[in-house]
Structures are given as structure tokens and as C-alpha cells.
Write a protein that binds this ligand. Structure first.
Ligand SMILES: [Ca+2]
Ligand SMILES: [Ca+2]
Length: 199
């Protein structure tokens, strides 16, 4: 981590000025815009890291919720509609059917007849980083405002092939990922910042 030397410079400046018989110099003031830029530069790293951590926590909670759903019903959410490993998403046109099933909405009564909620999350702010609930529907957004992708083990063997990276992962009911800060995936460049539950 880089040391921040600005406060030291500020502290030592008056002493130096007294000892040296100050010669007037034109003042160089930092403009508001420069200050904003500096702030953005200094904050970008930590904010990005916090967002990645937040995505990881949400994905871990989703995996726990999926396991709990399975324990209850001996099936995965939307399991009646799929017999091969399939990727579903946490945002949909009228809400994500996967999320409806996981949180026990009426629209998902076939999948989750007890209408149990297996997943809790903070509310999304402007469709970012949380759950957005509305009448008969719900979506879950990653910290950058995109859906999570959830690859589910619908054939109920012990293998899942990761749709990105083509790895075989054993003994998971779901592989979850976010497309990361750039919101894209599918090329080596855009996959670099993705966040994966299995890595
Ligand atoms: Ca499988
Ligand atoms: Ca990406």
C-alpha cells in the first residue's frame, strides 16, 4: 500500500517557512475538480474491493439458500422445468422465476408449495446490490446492477461443468458468478473481473 505523505508535508511546511525567511511565492491552490479527482483516485480501489466482497457474500448466501431448498424439497428451484444442468439468472422480465421460487412467492407455488423463504438479502438501491421485490416478483442484482448467473445441477449427479472456464466442479448444487464491474463476460478480457463462487 502506498504511504500517504500529504499530511507530513503540510505539518512540516510552516517550520521550514519560518527558518528560511519566507519569500513570497504565488499560491498554488488545489481546485475543487482536482480534489474530486484525487478523491476518486484514492477511493476507487477500496470501493471496488468492497463491492467484490459484497458479491461474494451474496453468492455464498445464495448457495446456502439453494442447499436449504434442496433439503426441504429434494429438488432444486425450477427443478420441474429442467433435467440437465442449466444456467438461470436472478433478474427476469417480470421478475426472476428462480428468485420467486427461492423466496417462496405465490407465483412459484408449484416449485415451493410451502411458500418458504430460503433467501434473505438487503434491498437493492437503484437496482444495485440487493433484492428488488415487487408484486408477485423479485430480482436480485449484483453490486454493479447486473444479475447473478446460477448454474444448477439439475441432473443431480455430483458434477457441474463451469460455463466459464470449462472446469468440472464436484459436489456443488450450484455454481454462481457475477460479470463483475464491467458487466460483461465471454472474452478473456471481459472475464478478468468476473466474480466466481467456485474460485
Ligand atoms: Ca451435473
Ligand atoms: Ca466481467
Amino acid at each position: 500500500m502506498k504511504k500517504i505523505i500529504l499530511p507530513l508535508v503540510l505539518l512540516s511546511l510552516p517550520n521550514f517557512a519560518l527558518a528560511q525567511e519566507p519569500t513570497p511565492e504565488p499560491k498554488k491552490e488545489i481546485t475543487g475538480e482536482q480534489l474530486k479527482q484525487l478523491g476518486r483516485f484514492m477511493l476507487r480501489g477500496p470501493i471496488k474491493k468492497a463491492e467484490v466482497t459484497s458479491a461474494r457474500v451474496t453468492m455464498a448466501n445464495l448457495a446456502i439458500a439453494i442447499d436449504a431448498f434442496y433439503e426441504e424439497y429434494q429438488a432444486l428451484p425450477l427443478g420441474s422445468k429442467a433435467t440437465v444442468d442449466t444456467t438461470v439468472t436472478t433478474v427476469g422480465k417480470k421478475g426472476s422465476p428462480f428468485m420467486a421460487s427461492l423466496i417462496g412467492l405465490k407465483s412459484a407455488q408449484d416449485e415451493n408449495p410451502k411458500q418458504m423463504s430460503f433467501f434473505e438479502s438487503k434491498m437493492a438501491k437503484q437496482k444495485k446490490n440487493g433484492i428488488d421485490r415487487f408484486e408477485n416478483g423479485a430480482d436480485l442484482y449484483d453490486p454493479w446492477g447486473n444479475p447473478y448467473q446460477v448454474h444448477l445441477n439439475y441432473d443431480y449427479d455430483d458434477e457441474l461443468r463451469s460455463p466459464i472456464g470449462n472446469e468440472i466442479i464436484f459436489e456443488r448444487r450450484a455454481l454462481i458468478w457475477s460479470t463483475g464491474p464491467d458487466g460483461k463476460s465471454g472474452t478473456p478480457e471481459t472475464d478478468k473481473d468476473n466474480v466466481y463462487s467456485w474460485k
